[in-house]
Design a protein around this ligand. Structure first.
Ligand code: ZN
Length: 201
């Protein structure tokens, strides 16, 4: 996957209507219909973009809503909260990040703090997984990030059905411990909705 700066969320709507534009946007007409829905909100390739990015020359810190700074985990968190609230009345909602959450900004240089994972957890993600860039600094480094996020009390469920950690490489030892503690797992069962609708992820 390519490194990128943009943060997007791409909901899938059964009425084939776009669900989101900006935080605070209005419900599309298709959402007014009483059709049972199952909503997946997802991000990918966030690449340590924990703060917004924009043209520095246009940055106006003393006034609001008049620069072109975009993204940032705070805005993602606001969008998740807004969309989850809007969609939960219509059916189950899953919020997933599908990897490459680390490496790409100066925050990536300190990814062993688990900052990206902590942000995903606090932003309300139900689960994340590994992209190829999570392994850029080796499995030991990734294991340190997960352990640090766990120690801080903010680690999202990490699903990895195609990551094989049964080799003899000593660099995998902490990884194996994390898997045994189910901080890394192949699957999980989530219950969503008033009727206890189950979603497997
Ligand atoms: Zn990527």
């Amino acid at each position: 996957m390519q490194s990128g700066r943009g943060m997007t969320m791409s909901p899938i709507d059964p009425q084939d209507a776009p669900l989101i534009g900006t935080v605070g946007g209005e419900e599309p007409a298709a959402e007014q219909k009483k059709v049972p829905t199952f909503t997946i909100l997802h991000t990918n390739d966030m690449h340590s973009n924990l703060i917004g990015v924009g043209p520095a020359s246009e940055y106006s810190p003393m006034t609001l809503n008049d620069d072109r700074t975009i993204g940032g985990i705070e805005r993602i968190a606001s969008l998740i909260a807004e969309r989850r609230k809007a969609r939960e009345a219509k059916g189950p909602v899953l919020v997933l990040d599908v990897g490459d959450f680390s490496i790409g900004t100066p925050f990536g240089a300190t990814h062993e703090t688990g900052a990206e994972l902590q942000c995903l957890s606090m932003a309300g993600y139900d689960a994340t997984t590994f992209g190829n860039h999570e392994f850029d600094a080796g499995p030991e480094s990734l294991a340190k990030a997960i352990a640090a996020a766990k120690k801080a009390g903010h680690v999202p469920p990490i699903l990895a059905a195609n990551t094989h950690i049964d080799g003899d490489d000593p660099g995998l030892s902490q990884f194996k411990e994390l898997a045994q503690a189910e901080l890394i797992r192949s699957h999980m069962l989530l219950e969503r909705g008033a009727s206890g609708s189950a979603c497997s992820a």
